[in-house]
Design a protein around this ligand. Structure first.
Ligand SMILES: [Fe+2]
Ligand SMILES: [Fe+2]
Length: 392
């Protein structure tokens, strides 16, 4: 490695790896070109072991700095290869490798392709879409109950974290919209109440996605990055062919987990607009979860053995996602900064603790919901552990 002055220095003080040190390391490395290196110093006695192990896992070169105790150099891998999409320019053809990422996001290369067949602007586009949408949404909460003018100027790091969280939410909203939408035309109108509930769910998700994107843009940061792991996870949801299984995976497991996430986002929001968005989306999601839970209750009362099928579906999905090691680092790190309020050592430590608590609370509430549906505690615990690490 070169002996020149490091371009980035990371001071970890006594912050350990389980307290969020990786948030600061990833941030420093993301600002370097390939082959540049950063210098890392910290006081934690396990620093050397943890840093070497982490770098090995990420295939990063790491060396102890000769003669300077507790100091290491890490060579940057260079920026992740990303596809950039424009928010405002509408392409004539939507590319398959954009996946389900919202327009305007940065997209990790190499993600899965989805089966969208209407990919030409000519096939679907219309003039005045914004006016038509706003007119339809005038009496809905995103327009009515959010005081957008109250959005303050946040510190840049916090605003970027909010925008990254909004990007993740928007991507998930699209999946939550497409899943019920796929089934609506297959349900006989004799069961009109189900069609009506699902149609409202589709409307809710459209509004959530639009409002979350608007929040990312309102603060000036724009949409962040969508990860392959998140897209893979959502693809398995979109492709589930059975209505009951899809409802279970989406509305009970996924949206159930999102209830905990939205409550967390409301509780820790750095501004009143973001807090209101999370609170109002939570209210809608509670309805979507209620439909999922009540459908499952109806099914299980008649066919108790369907519980086993649902447990296998959760496990099958986790096997399809075996290549994903955990929550996307973009989302994890953004949640840490969001909940901690910034990037100082104390803020990262606080944020990482809140995010670990969030993941425990998600697990607890999934288990509780499953047990309320008659799953034995041990099976409920297994199913919760198998649930995708990307929440939805
Ligand atoms: Fe939603
Ligand atoms: Fe939903």
């Amino acid at each position: 490695m070169p002996n020149s002055t490091p371009i980035q220095r990371v001071e970890l003080d006594d912050l350990s790896f389980h307290e969020g040190a990786t948030v600061l390391l990833r941030r420093a490395l993301s600002r370097l070109a390939m082959g540049e290196w950063c210098e890392v110093h910290g006081d934690s006695p396990e620093l050397a072991d943890h840093l070497v192990a982490w770098c090995r896992k990420q295939s990063l070169r790491c060396q102890a700095q000769q003669g300077v105790p507790q100091t290491f150099r890490i060579e940057a891998p260079g920026p992740a290869p990303l596809i950039l999409t424009s928010r405002t320019e509408i392409a004539e053809t939507a590319q398959p490798d954009w996946g389900i990422a919202p327009r305007g996001a940065r997209i990790e290369r190499g993600g899965p392709e989805f089966g969208f067949t209407l990919r030409q602007k000519r096939d679907v586009w219309a003039r005045e879409l914004n006016a038509i949408y706003s007119q339809a949404a005038t009496n809905q909460w995103a327009a009515r109950d959010i005081s957008w003018h109250q959005l303050p100027k946040l510190p840049a790091d916090v605003e970027a974290a909010v925008a990254q969280v909004m990007t993740f939410l928007t991507e998930n909203e699209f999946a939550a919209l497409y899943v019920p939408a796929r089934f609506i035309p297959r349900i006989h109108p004799h069961y009109r109440e189900v069609v009506e509930v699902l149609a409202m769910q589709v409307v809710d998700e459209a509004r959530h996605g639009e409002a979350f994107t608007r929040r990312a843009e309102a603060g000036g940061a724009g949409l962040g990055t969508t990860a392959i792991s998140g897209q893979l996870s959502l693809k398995t949801l979109l492709e589930e062919p059975d209505f009951t299984t899809a409802t279970f995976l989406l509305c009970v497991m996924g949206e159930g987990t999102f209830l905990t996430l939205l409550k967390f986002l409301a509780d820790h929001a750095p501004d009143p607009v973001t807090a209101a968005l999370a609170r109002l989306a939570h209210r809608d999601e509670a309805r979507h979860v209620a439909f999922g839970v009540e459908h499952m209750r109806y099914v299980f009362e008649r066919e108790p053995e369907m519980r086993i099928s649902m447990a296998s579906a959760v496990e099958r999905r986790s096997q399809m996602l075996a290549s994903i090691s955990g929550l996307s680092p973009y989302v994890h790190d953004a949640l840490v900064v969001y909940a901690g309020g910034g990037l100082s050592i104390a803020q990262v430590r606080k944020g990482a603790r809140h995010v670990a608590d969030l993941q425990r609370e998600m697990d607890r509430s999934r288990r509780e919901r499953l047990q309320s549906l008659g799953f034995e505690p041990e099976l409920a615990a297994n199913m919760s552990a198998y649930h995708t690490k990307n929440f939805m």
